[in-house]
Design a protein around this ligand. Structure first.
Ligand code: HEC
Ligand code: HEC
Length: 359
Protein backbone atom coordinates (compact mmCIF):
# COMPACT_ATOMS: atom_id res chain seq x y z
CA UNK A 1 0.00 0.00 0.00
CA UNK A 2 2.65 2.49 1.11
CA UNK A 3 4.76 1.44 -1.81
CA UNK A 4 2.02 2.09 -4.35
CA UNK A 5 1.41 5.58 -2.90
CA UNK A 6 5.11 6.24 -3.23
CA UNK A 7 5.07 5.04 -6.83
CA UNK A 8 1.95 7.07 -7.54
CA UNK A 9 3.38 10.26 -6.14
CA UNK A 10 6.59 9.63 -8.04
CA UNK A 11 4.59 9.29 -11.24
CA UNK A 12 2.67 12.45 -10.37
CA UNK A 13 5.93 14.30 -9.81
CA UNK A 14 7.31 13.16 -13.12
CA UNK A 15 4.10 14.25 -14.85
CA UNK A 16 4.25 17.68 -13.18
CA UNK A 17 7.94 18.03 -14.00
CA UNK A 18 7.32 16.97 -17.59
CA UNK A 19 4.39 19.30 -18.17
CA UNK A 20 6.37 22.18 -16.69
CA UNK A 21 9.26 21.42 -18.99
CA UNK A 22 6.94 21.13 -21.96
CA UNK A 23 5.60 24.65 -21.64
CA UNK A 24 8.93 26.04 -20.52
CA UNK A 25 7.87 27.05 -17.05
CA UNK A 26 8.70 25.93 -13.55
CA UNK A 27 6.76 26.54 -10.34
CA UNK A 28 9.43 29.04 -9.22
CA UNK A 29 9.04 30.98 -12.42
CA UNK A 30 5.25 31.05 -12.42
CA UNK A 31 5.16 32.15 -8.77
CA UNK A 32 6.91 35.40 -9.66
CA UNK A 33 6.31 35.90 -13.33
CA UNK A 34 3.39 36.09 -15.68
CA UNK A 35 4.84 34.56 -18.85
CA UNK A 36 2.97 32.82 -21.66
CA UNK A 37 3.48 29.07 -22.06
CA UNK A 38 4.80 29.59 -25.58
CA UNK A 39 7.14 32.58 -25.79
CA UNK A 40 5.77 35.67 -27.50
CA UNK A 41 6.84 35.96 -31.15
CA UNK A 42 9.34 38.77 -30.59
CA UNK A 43 11.04 38.06 -33.86
CA UNK A 44 8.76 35.52 -35.50
CA UNK A 45 6.97 32.50 -34.18
CA UNK A 46 9.51 30.07 -35.70
CA UNK A 47 12.51 31.72 -34.13
CA UNK A 48 11.89 30.03 -30.80
CA UNK A 49 15.41 30.46 -29.43
CA UNK A 50 15.51 34.19 -30.09
CA UNK A 51 12.02 34.51 -28.64
CA UNK A 52 13.15 32.76 -25.45
CA UNK A 53 16.20 35.01 -25.35
CA UNK A 54 14.00 38.10 -25.59
CA UNK A 55 11.70 36.66 -22.90
CA UNK A 56 14.68 36.43 -20.53
CA UNK A 57 15.72 39.93 -21.62
CA UNK A 58 12.26 41.23 -20.76
CA UNK A 59 12.47 39.82 -17.23
CA UNK A 60 15.96 41.31 -16.73
CA UNK A 61 14.79 44.66 -18.13
CA UNK A 62 12.04 44.88 -15.51
CA UNK A 63 14.01 43.42 -12.58
CA UNK A 64 15.11 45.81 -9.82
CA UNK A 65 17.71 43.22 -8.72
CA UNK A 66 19.91 44.59 -11.49
CA UNK A 67 20.53 47.61 -9.25
CA UNK A 68 22.67 47.70 -6.11
CA UNK A 69 19.77 48.24 -3.70
CA UNK A 70 17.13 46.38 -5.75
CA UNK A 71 15.09 49.53 -6.38
CA UNK A 72 15.77 50.48 -9.99
CA UNK A 73 15.27 48.53 -13.18
CA UNK A 74 15.85 49.59 -16.76
CA UNK A 75 12.10 50.19 -16.92
CA UNK A 76 12.24 52.72 -14.06
CA UNK A 77 13.57 55.19 -16.62
CA UNK A 78 12.56 53.56 -19.92
CA UNK A 79 8.79 53.35 -19.39
CA UNK A 80 6.60 51.52 -21.89
CA UNK A 81 3.63 53.87 -21.46
CA UNK A 82 5.94 56.79 -22.30
CA UNK A 83 7.36 55.25 -25.47
CA UNK A 84 10.21 53.75 -23.36
CA UNK A 85 11.43 57.19 -22.28
CA UNK A 86 10.89 59.08 -19.00
CA UNK A 87 8.75 62.09 -18.16
CA UNK A 88 11.37 63.89 -16.09
CA UNK A 89 14.02 66.23 -17.52
CA UNK A 90 16.62 64.10 -15.71
CA UNK A 91 15.82 60.69 -14.25
CA UNK A 92 16.44 59.47 -10.72
CA UNK A 93 18.82 56.54 -10.22
CA UNK A 94 19.15 53.99 -7.41
CA UNK A 95 20.06 56.56 -4.74
CA UNK A 96 17.82 59.30 -6.08
CA UNK A 97 20.75 61.02 -7.81
CA UNK A 98 19.87 62.46 -11.20
CA UNK A 99 21.20 61.36 -14.58
CA UNK A 100 23.27 63.88 -16.51
CA UNK A 101 20.94 63.80 -19.49
CA UNK A 102 17.33 63.21 -20.51
CA UNK A 103 16.32 59.56 -20.90
CA UNK A 104 15.78 58.81 -24.60
CA UNK A 105 13.39 56.22 -25.98
CA UNK A 106 14.92 52.79 -26.58
CA UNK A 107 12.33 51.85 -29.20
CA UNK A 108 13.90 51.29 -32.63
CA UNK A 109 17.45 51.02 -31.19
CA UNK A 110 18.06 48.20 -33.61
CA UNK A 111 18.00 50.86 -36.35
CA UNK A 112 20.83 52.83 -34.73
CA UNK A 113 24.56 52.58 -35.19
CA UNK A 114 25.65 54.70 -32.26
CA UNK A 115 24.02 55.07 -28.89
CA UNK A 116 23.56 57.73 -26.22
CA UNK A 117 23.17 61.44 -26.92
CA UNK A 118 26.91 61.80 -27.47
CA UNK A 119 27.48 58.55 -29.40
CA UNK A 120 29.88 57.09 -26.84
CA UNK A 121 28.82 53.51 -27.51
CA UNK A 122 28.31 51.64 -30.75
CA UNK A 123 27.61 48.13 -29.53
CA UNK A 124 24.19 47.46 -28.06
CA UNK A 125 25.42 44.44 -26.08
CA UNK A 126 28.29 46.34 -24.46
CA UNK A 127 25.86 49.14 -23.75
CA UNK A 128 23.68 47.09 -21.40
CA UNK A 129 26.38 46.87 -18.74
CA UNK A 130 26.81 50.66 -18.69
CA UNK A 131 23.56 51.57 -16.90
CA UNK A 132 23.99 48.61 -14.54
CA UNK A 133 27.46 49.78 -13.46
CA UNK A 134 26.69 53.51 -13.59
CA UNK A 135 27.10 55.00 -10.14
CA UNK A 136 24.05 57.19 -10.79
CA UNK A 137 21.73 54.75 -12.54
CA UNK A 138 21.97 51.26 -11.00
CA UNK A 139 25.23 51.23 -9.02
CA UNK A 140 26.58 47.68 -9.41
CA UNK A 141 30.17 48.87 -9.83
CA UNK A 142 31.56 45.36 -10.36
CA UNK A 143 29.35 43.61 -12.95
CA UNK A 144 31.05 40.26 -12.28
CA UNK A 145 29.09 40.09 -9.00
CA UNK A 146 25.77 40.22 -10.83
CA UNK A 147 25.55 36.59 -12.06
CA UNK A 148 25.89 35.29 -8.50
CA UNK A 149 23.27 37.73 -7.27
CA UNK A 150 20.80 36.67 -9.96
CA UNK A 151 21.55 32.97 -9.40
CA UNK A 152 20.21 33.34 -5.87
CA UNK A 153 16.79 34.30 -7.24
CA UNK A 154 14.44 31.36 -7.83
CA UNK A 155 13.34 32.21 -11.37
CA UNK A 156 16.53 32.77 -13.35
CA UNK A 157 18.13 29.36 -13.77
CA UNK A 158 15.20 28.03 -15.81
CA UNK A 159 14.95 31.25 -17.83
CA UNK A 160 18.66 31.09 -18.68
CA UNK A 161 18.29 27.40 -19.50
CA UNK A 162 15.38 28.18 -21.84
CA UNK A 163 17.44 30.83 -23.60
CA UNK A 164 20.93 29.32 -23.63
CA UNK A 165 20.47 25.57 -23.16
CA UNK A 166 21.88 25.54 -19.63
CA UNK A 167 21.21 27.56 -16.53
CA UNK A 168 24.62 29.22 -16.25
CA UNK A 169 24.40 32.97 -15.67
CA UNK A 170 27.17 35.21 -17.02
CA UNK A 171 27.39 38.95 -17.63
CA UNK A 172 27.72 38.26 -21.38
CA UNK A 173 24.51 36.26 -21.36
CA UNK A 174 22.74 39.00 -19.41
CA UNK A 175 23.82 41.55 -22.03
CA UNK A 176 22.88 39.33 -24.95
CA UNK A 177 19.39 38.71 -23.57
CA UNK A 178 18.65 42.34 -22.70
CA UNK A 179 19.92 43.41 -26.13
CA UNK A 180 17.63 40.82 -27.77
CA UNK A 181 14.65 42.26 -25.90
CA UNK A 182 15.57 45.82 -26.85
CA UNK A 183 16.12 44.84 -30.48
CA UNK A 184 12.57 43.50 -30.54
CA UNK A 185 11.07 46.83 -29.44
CA UNK A 186 10.30 48.67 -32.64
CA UNK A 187 7.59 51.12 -33.57
CA UNK A 188 6.06 50.42 -36.90
CA UNK A 189 2.36 50.85 -36.34
CA UNK A 190 1.88 54.58 -35.99
CA UNK A 191 -0.40 56.31 -38.47
CA UNK A 192 2.61 57.81 -40.24
CA UNK A 193 3.96 54.28 -40.68
CA UNK A 194 0.62 53.23 -42.17
CA UNK A 195 0.74 56.22 -44.49
CA UNK A 196 4.29 55.43 -45.57
CA UNK A 197 3.40 51.85 -46.30
CA UNK A 198 0.74 52.93 -48.74
CA UNK A 199 -2.39 53.74 -46.74
CA UNK A 200 -2.87 57.26 -48.07
CA UNK A 201 -5.96 57.80 -45.93
CA UNK A 202 -4.06 57.30 -42.66
CA UNK A 203 -3.25 61.00 -42.16
CA UNK A 204 -5.72 63.89 -41.80
CA UNK A 205 -5.47 67.02 -43.93
CA UNK A 206 -3.88 68.93 -41.04
CA UNK A 207 -1.31 66.17 -40.45
CA UNK A 208 -0.47 66.14 -44.16
CA UNK A 209 0.05 69.90 -44.02
CA UNK A 210 2.35 69.37 -41.04
CA UNK A 211 4.24 66.65 -42.89
CA UNK A 212 4.81 68.94 -45.84
CA UNK A 213 6.07 71.76 -43.58
CA UNK A 214 8.32 69.25 -41.82
CA UNK A 215 9.70 67.68 -45.00
CA UNK A 216 9.94 70.73 -47.22
CA UNK A 217 9.33 74.29 -46.02
CA UNK A 218 11.24 74.04 -42.72
CA UNK A 219 13.70 71.26 -43.65
CA UNK A 220 13.12 69.35 -40.40
CA UNK A 221 13.35 66.17 -42.43
CA UNK A 222 16.83 66.94 -43.71
CA UNK A 223 18.03 65.99 -40.23
CA UNK A 224 15.20 63.85 -38.90
CA UNK A 225 14.33 61.66 -41.89
CA UNK A 226 16.38 58.48 -42.10
CA UNK A 227 17.02 57.77 -45.75
CA UNK A 228 13.98 59.85 -46.64
CA UNK A 229 11.75 56.97 -45.63
CA UNK A 230 10.70 57.46 -42.09
CA UNK A 231 11.43 59.56 -39.07
CA UNK A 232 13.95 57.40 -37.26
CA UNK A 233 16.58 58.92 -35.04
CA UNK A 234 20.29 58.69 -35.35
CA UNK A 235 20.65 59.24 -39.07
CA UNK A 236 21.04 62.94 -39.55
CA UNK A 237 19.42 62.50 -42.94
CA UNK A 238 21.64 64.13 -45.53
CA UNK A 239 23.66 66.17 -43.01
CA UNK A 240 26.83 64.08 -43.23
CA UNK A 241 27.07 63.66 -39.47
CA UNK A 242 24.53 62.39 -37.03
CA UNK A 243 25.77 64.75 -34.31
CA UNK A 244 24.45 68.23 -34.81
CA UNK A 245 24.22 71.55 -32.95
CA UNK A 246 20.75 73.10 -33.19
CA UNK A 247 21.62 76.34 -31.39
CA UNK A 248 20.34 75.73 -27.88
CA UNK A 249 23.07 77.47 -25.87
CA UNK A 250 26.28 79.36 -26.48
CA UNK A 251 28.18 78.19 -23.45
CA UNK A 252 27.81 74.44 -24.12
CA UNK A 253 27.10 73.37 -20.56
CA UNK A 254 27.28 69.89 -22.03
CA UNK A 255 29.83 69.45 -24.84
CA UNK A 256 27.97 66.38 -26.16
CA UNK A 257 29.80 64.54 -28.92
CA UNK A 258 32.77 66.88 -28.33
CA UNK A 259 33.43 65.09 -25.02
CA UNK A 260 33.99 61.86 -26.96
CA UNK A 261 36.10 63.19 -29.85
CA UNK A 262 37.88 66.02 -28.03
CA UNK A 263 37.35 68.17 -31.13
CA UNK A 264 36.08 71.72 -30.63
CA UNK A 265 33.99 71.41 -33.81
CA UNK A 266 31.95 68.65 -32.12
CA UNK A 267 31.16 70.63 -28.99
CA UNK A 268 27.45 71.10 -28.41
CA UNK A 269 26.52 68.48 -31.00
CA UNK A 270 24.09 65.70 -30.11
CA UNK A 271 22.59 62.74 -31.89
CA UNK A 272 19.41 63.36 -33.87
CA UNK A 273 16.70 61.81 -31.67
CA UNK A 274 14.12 59.31 -32.80
CA UNK A 275 10.80 61.11 -33.25
CA UNK A 276 8.67 57.98 -33.15
CA UNK A 277 6.31 58.36 -30.17
CA UNK A 278 7.67 61.88 -29.61
CA UNK A 279 4.27 63.00 -28.28
CA UNK A 280 4.89 60.65 -25.32
CA UNK A 281 8.54 61.33 -24.62
CA UNK A 282 8.41 64.85 -23.15
CA UNK A 283 10.38 66.68 -21.91
CA UNK A 284 12.65 67.26 -24.89
CA UNK A 285 16.30 67.71 -25.91
CA UNK A 286 19.38 66.14 -24.31
CA UNK A 287 18.78 68.08 -21.11
CA UNK A 288 14.98 67.93 -21.10
CA UNK A 289 14.80 71.74 -21.31
CA UNK A 290 11.51 71.93 -23.24
CA UNK A 291 8.35 70.65 -21.59
CA UNK A 292 6.13 70.54 -24.67
CA UNK A 293 6.29 70.15 -28.44
CA UNK A 294 4.99 73.70 -28.62
CA UNK A 295 8.16 74.91 -26.86
CA UNK A 296 10.29 72.84 -29.27
CA UNK A 297 8.60 74.48 -32.28
CA UNK A 298 9.10 77.91 -30.69
CA UNK A 299 12.81 77.15 -30.48
CA UNK A 300 13.04 76.37 -34.20
CA UNK A 301 10.70 79.26 -35.05
CA UNK A 302 12.51 82.10 -33.30
CA UNK A 303 14.75 80.76 -30.54
CA UNK A 304 17.82 79.43 -32.36
CA UNK A 305 21.06 80.94 -31.03
CA UNK A 306 24.10 81.49 -33.26
CA UNK A 307 26.35 79.04 -31.48
CA UNK A 308 29.91 78.28 -32.66
CA UNK A 309 28.92 74.93 -34.22
CA UNK A 310 25.36 75.74 -35.32
CA UNK A 311 24.39 73.53 -38.25
CA UNK A 312 24.43 75.52 -41.53
CA UNK A 313 20.85 74.54 -42.30
CA UNK A 314 19.76 76.47 -39.21
CA UNK A 315 21.52 79.65 -40.35
CA UNK A 316 20.15 82.21 -42.80
CA UNK A 317 23.04 82.03 -45.25
CA UNK A 318 24.58 85.25 -43.95
CA UNK A 319 25.85 83.47 -40.85
CA UNK A 320 23.01 84.48 -38.52
CA UNK A 321 20.67 82.09 -36.76
CA UNK A 322 17.73 81.27 -38.99
CA UNK A 323 14.34 82.78 -38.12
CA UNK A 324 11.63 80.47 -39.42
CA UNK A 325 8.81 82.55 -37.88
CA UNK A 326 6.47 79.57 -37.97
CA UNK A 327 2.85 80.79 -37.83
CA UNK A 328 0.46 79.53 -35.21
CA UNK A 329 -1.51 77.55 -37.77
CA UNK A 330 1.66 75.93 -39.10
CA UNK A 331 2.77 75.14 -35.59
CA UNK A 332 -0.50 73.32 -34.86
CA UNK A 333 -0.10 71.37 -38.12
CA UNK A 334 3.47 70.31 -37.30
CA UNK A 335 2.39 69.23 -33.81
CA UNK A 336 -0.52 67.27 -35.30
CA UNK A 337 1.94 65.59 -37.66
CA UNK A 338 4.29 64.72 -34.78
CA UNK A 339 1.32 63.21 -32.92
CA UNK A 340 0.69 60.88 -35.86
CA UNK A 341 4.02 59.23 -34.98
CA UNK A 342 2.60 57.64 -31.85
CA UNK A 343 2.48 53.84 -32.03
CA UNK A 344 -0.34 52.99 -29.62
CA UNK A 345 0.26 49.30 -30.20
CA UNK A 346 3.84 49.47 -28.94
CA UNK A 347 2.92 51.16 -25.67
CA UNK A 348 0.22 48.64 -24.79
CA UNK A 349 1.69 45.43 -26.24
CA UNK A 350 1.83 42.84 -23.41
CA UNK A 351 5.03 41.32 -24.77
CA UNK A 352 6.90 44.50 -23.84
CA UNK A 353 5.17 44.96 -20.49
CA UNK A 354 6.29 44.26 -16.93
CA UNK A 355 6.23 40.46 -16.48
CA UNK A 356 6.45 40.51 -12.67
CA UNK A 357 3.32 39.65 -10.74
CA UNK A 358 2.44 42.42 -8.34
CA UNK A 359 2.39 41.05 -4.84
C1 HEC B 1 18.22 56.12 -13.90
C2 HEC B 1 17.64 56.10 -15.24
C3 HEC B 1 18.07 55.01 -16.20
C4 HEC B 1 18.13 53.64 -16.00
C5 HEC B 1 17.86 52.89 -14.72
C6 HEC B 1 18.51 53.06 -17.25
N1 HEC B 1 18.66 54.03 -18.20
FE1 HEC B 1 19.08 53.74 -20.16
N2 HEC B 1 19.36 55.74 -20.37
C7 HEC B 1 19.15 56.69 -19.41
C8 HEC B 1 19.69 57.96 -19.86
C9 HEC B 1 19.68 59.26 -19.06
C10 HEC B 1 20.23 57.74 -21.13
C11 HEC B 1 20.97 58.76 -22.01
C12 HEC B 1 22.38 58.89 -21.48
C13 HEC B 1 23.28 59.69 -22.38
O1 HEC B 1 23.00 59.79 -23.57
O2 HEC B 1 24.29 60.21 -21.91
C14 HEC B 1 19.98 56.32 -21.43
C15 HEC B 1 20.32 55.72 -22.65
C16 HEC B 1 20.05 54.40 -22.96
C17 HEC B 1 20.19 53.80 -24.27
C18 HEC B 1 20.65 54.52 -25.54
C19 HEC B 1 19.49 54.86 -26.42
C20 HEC B 1 19.90 55.61 -27.65
O3 HEC B 1 19.04 55.82 -28.51
O4 HEC B 1 21.06 56.00 -27.80
C21 HEC B 1 19.86 52.48 -24.15
C22 HEC B 1 19.83 51.45 -25.26
C23 HEC B 1 19.54 52.26 -22.75
N3 HEC B 1 19.63 53.45 -22.07
C24 HEC B 1 19.20 51.02 -22.21
C25 HEC B 1 19.10 50.79 -20.83
C26 HEC B 1 19.08 49.47 -20.23
C27 HEC B 1 19.19 48.16 -20.97
C28 HEC B 1 18.96 49.67 -18.89
C29 HEC B 1 18.95 48.62 -17.80
C30 HEC B 1 20.08 47.70 -17.76
C31 HEC B 1 18.87 51.11 -18.67
N4 HEC B 1 18.98 51.75 -19.87
C32 HEC B 1 18.69 51.70 -17.44
C33 HEC B 1 18.54 56.48 -18.19
C34 HEC B 1 18.43 55.24 -17.59
C1 HEC C 1 20.17 70.63 -38.27
C2 HEC C 1 19.41 69.41 -38.03
C3 HEC C 1 18.01 69.55 -37.48
C4 HEC C 1 16.95 70.25 -38.03
C5 HEC C 1 16.92 71.07 -39.31
C6 HEC C 1 15.84 70.02 -37.15
N1 HEC C 1 16.22 69.24 -36.11
FE1 HEC C 1 15.03 68.66 -34.57
N2 HEC C 1 16.66 67.95 -33.57
C7 HEC C 1 17.94 67.87 -34.10
C8 HEC C 1 18.86 67.46 -33.05
C9 HEC C 1 20.36 67.24 -33.20
C10 HEC C 1 18.09 67.35 -31.87
C11 HEC C 1 18.63 67.04 -30.46
C12 HEC C 1 19.32 68.30 -29.95
C13 HEC C 1 19.76 68.26 -28.50
O1 HEC C 1 19.10 67.63 -27.67
O2 HEC C 1 20.75 68.93 -28.19
C14 HEC C 1 16.71 67.63 -32.25
C15 HEC C 1 15.61 67.57 -31.40
C16 HEC C 1 14.30 67.67 -31.81
C17 HEC C 1 13.14 67.32 -31.01
C18 HEC C 1 13.18 66.79 -29.58
C19 HEC C 1 13.16 65.28 -29.56
C20 HEC C 1 13.44 64.69 -28.21
O3 HEC C 1 13.11 63.50 -28.04
O4 HEC C 1 14.02 65.33 -27.33
C21 HEC C 1 12.02 67.55 -31.77
C22 HEC C 1 10.59 67.32 -31.37
C23 HEC C 1 12.49 68.07 -33.04
N3 HEC C 1 13.87 68.12 -33.03
C24 HEC C 1 11.65 68.47 -34.08
C25 HEC C 1 12.11 69.20 -35.17
C26 HEC C 1 11.27 69.99 -36.05
C27 HEC C 1 9.75 70.08 -35.94
C28 HEC C 1 12.10 70.60 -36.94
C29 HEC C 1 11.74 71.56 -38.05
C30 HEC C 1 11.04 72.75 -37.63
C31 HEC C 1 13.45 70.17 -36.64
N4 HEC C 1 13.41 69.34 -35.55
C32 HEC C 1 14.57 70.55 -37.34
C33 HEC C 1 18.29 68.14 -35.40
C34 HEC C 1 17.54 68.92 -36.26
Amino acid sequence: MKKSIAILSFVALVVVAYSCKKNGSTPAKTAYLDLPATPYPYFDSFNVNMNRMATLGRVLFYDGHLSLNNTISCASCHKQALGFADNAALSAGFEGKLTKRNTPTIADVRMKQTFFWDGRENNIENLTIRPITSHVEMGISDPTTLPQKLAALPYYSSLFADAFGDGEITTERISTAVAAFMNAISSGQSRLDMFQSGNTGALTAQELQGKSLFDTKYDCGSCHNGGGVIVFGGYGGGRGSIFLDIGLENTYNDKGHGVITGRAADNGTFTVPNLHNVALTAPYMHDGRYKTLSEVIDHYSHGIIKTPNLDPILTDGAGHARRMNITDEEKQAIIAFLNSLTDHHLITDPKFSNPFKSR
